[in-house]
Design a protein around this ligand. Sequence first.
Ligand SMILES: [Fe+2]
Ligand SMILES: [Fe+2]
Length: 376
Amino acid sequence: MFWKKRKTENRPLKLVVTSDWHHLSPSMYDMDEEFRRMLIQGDGKLTEYSTEIIQGILDEAVREKADAILMCGDLTYDGDAVSLLELKRMLEEVQKKGVKVFLIPGNHDTDNGFACAYRNGTSEKAQMVSHAMFMEEMKESGYAHAVSHDKNSFSYMQALNEKVWLLALDANAGAYGMVRESTMQWAEKVLAKAKRKGVMVLGMTHQNLLAQSQFMGDGFTVRNAPEIRNVFEKYDIRVNFSGHAHLQHHVCTDALTEYCTGSLTVNKECYGIVTVENNGVKYETKHLHVHEEQARKRFMDTVFFQVRHTLEDKGIPEDIMKEMTDYAARVNSAYFAEEDHLGKYREEEAWRLWQMYGQESFWYAYMCSFFSEADT
Ligand SMILES: [Fe+2]
Ligand SMILES: [Fe+2]
């Protein structure tokens, strides 16, 4: 355990919230053409710079004098042991500098059959992190020194300071995408204790508790999210932090506000600075600026590739198709970073081209959903 004691009375609690690092150790790949192709045809992760970007957020937490880093899961690319152990060493260093780390596993982190090394134009199976290995290797980042922890998953209740606790719920321990019934029974017991003590509790999950967009429901939300939301309401948990969608976004209902933090290695290197003071929670979106331009370009290239693929058999003239794909890449990049004034993109000529040539496609409906959200 590497925590330095720091006085927290009379000053706001400060947290750095980050998600979906998807770290792949540089020792697990070479940058040959096949690996590059995989990166472009994936979902836009700037994998080859993951070490520097993650070091960037750890340094930022030290600079910000944050009390803790909350990491909402998907630490590694696809759950290989070398990458996880590399991260463990990096986290030990930041903990030595006085910043606590509280994390949970994502769906990619444990028992992942896709754990691979990528060399010489092919992939080969690598040592996969089991749930038991994750529990053992990462226990210093939240689980081991918690107020209470669940025996069957990496779920725990952690005191962030004297007045604020964190309930971290692991939905990826065997029951993929679902928080087990026994875990929820444990959670209710410890939430009752929090209520007796009068502390405020914040939630953390990997998958979302509220659908973050019209197209991100099933597969993105925790499978028993309604049940968890009921428990949160019963014990007055008003804020949840999640990730998984790789989308920087938040949703408010009367009972719950959920901040979904985007993938740090995708698009605009988004993360959150959260301050908690007098029972109020403020979440501010930030950008890391380590490789922000490359990360944005990788994301836009990926969208460009996918959009072009869906439009190319529609007989659209090349110059028009180029304008449409460029536009879709820009709009998606803005939406994924939760930029304001998204509606302004509807004024562009390229949107008229989409209305003329692309109305039948998924991407048109997808972008319409961004605009209707911006109108509400
Ligand atoms: Fe992820
Ligand atoms: Fe995920």
